[in-house]
Write a protein that binds this ligand. Sequence first.
Ligand SMILES: [Zn+2]
Ligand SMILES: [Zn+2]
Length: 386
Amino acid sequence: MNIPSSLIKEAIGWRHHLHQNPELGFEEHNTSNLVVDVLTSLGIEVYTGLAKTGVVGILKKGKSIRSIGIRADMDALPIQEMSGVDYASCQMGKMHACGHDGHTAILLGVAAYLAKYGNFDGAVYFIFQPAEENLGGGVAMVKDGLFEQFTIDEIYGLHNWPGRPLGDICVNDGSMMASFDIFDITLQGIGTHAAMPEYGKDPILAAAGLIMALQSIVSREVASLKSAVLSITQIQGGDTYNIIPECVALKGTVRALDEDTRLMVKNRLLEYVEKLPALYGVKGSINYQERYPATINNSECAAHIRRIAGEVFGENRVIENVPPTMASEDFSVMLNAKKGAYLWLGVDEVNRPSAPLHNPYYDFNDNAIAVGIELWVSLVEKTLIA
Ligand SMILES: [Zn+2]
Ligand SMILES: [Zn+2]
């Protein structure tokens, strides 16, 4: 397939514009407007209003009722950019440090190619979602009726992946990324003079006991070939040397690569918080929030994209069974609702390794744009065969 160089150049231009004008989750108004303008100029039907700033473009050709959805995320991060590129962020303290500018530019490039030259029979849904970072824009799009309003048979998404050579396409059967939950624990004791602890109930000691005990959930109860993480990431309590405080607050996160493990760790955590501090005479309570489920590919769809990527780029560029990461992704919610697959696209070049994701020096590799466009266009044309 020959993607015209003018189209790739235009997509790179959109990427630089987005990079220079980053917007945080659910505030992607200008980004969303750019997406709408480009899609409209291509004659693509556009729907807005899902999850505030989300956009869905629909391109139909032929008579088939088959359909495919491709998703890109649009939000930036609250990081001060230090990359020094010409098109660096104009917004203080905000930057595209996760490459969502690149993902958006790729999907616009795919829309441009398919609208002008696409040879397929069916419907393509271009899904531009807000707020992937922490805020659950994907969750909101699904809640707002993405899959009720639109008939989408299967869904695909990608993320650029520093540490992998440019053009590598990594697609597992099953888990790609972990679930992501957060919790706040409060340990309510009885304050007293530190020299007379017998008059109080010490929440600091209870916190120490609880933190140690919680580490046994993953190390002793999760099977060694399964994966989970339980981290306490914040502890606050006490004001000075000679007072045992009334209260200690803890925060933390739970990650797991499958739902059974996630649920087991959650339930055991709740049980420990209820029962263990009580032994110290301290009352434990917890606010546990389930954020994103694990990102788990449908194996049929994963095999489908691997086969297509192998045909287009060569078998040696396709990686199956890549070690999943304990980071997370809210495309998982779409994958729980529809069959599909999520993949990582390598972005490192020999003389130009990418900075890590969420790093102030990160800048999406423009050379990955042509690869991403060709991959998605091939997926559409080889799935919705004309
Ligand atoms: Zn990110
Ligand atoms: Zn990201």
